[in-house]
Design a binder for this molecule. Structure first.
Ligand SMILES: [Zn+2]
Length: 99
């Protein structure tokens, strides 16, 4: 008699992300609410961004570039095309609208 104790029903498929955010997929995506507005939030190390791109953090108005761990945020209703890049701590403190 053989034993069959293999765990089953545990698939680790990683391909359930239909969004067009391929450049950002080294992070974790989640939905958060601030002031009754639904935001989508994506963490990123910034490493997957090509070129010498920089962003201006809406929280502190200081620019930063690739390689800085930060969050990408957009209002879920507006879509990922309206995203902004925040320092992690600035997003925590941020209140209001992105645009
Ligand atoms: Zn900032």
């Amino acid at each position: 008699m053989g034993r069959n104790n293999k765990p089953k029903g545990f698939s680790r498929g990683d391909d359930e992300e239909p969004m067009d955010i391929a450049k950002l997929r080294d992070g974790i995506k989640k939905t958060v609410f601030k002031n009754g507005i639904e935001f989508s939030l994506q963490t990123t190390s910034g490493k997957t961004v090509d070129g010498a791109k920089t962003w201006i953090c809406p929280g502190c108005n200081i620019s930063f570039g690739p390689g800085i761990s930060h969050v990408v945020v957009w209002e879920s209703a507006l879509g990922v095309g309206k995203r902004r890049h925040f320092h992690n701590v600035c997003w925590q403190k941020f209140q209001g609208r992105l645009f």
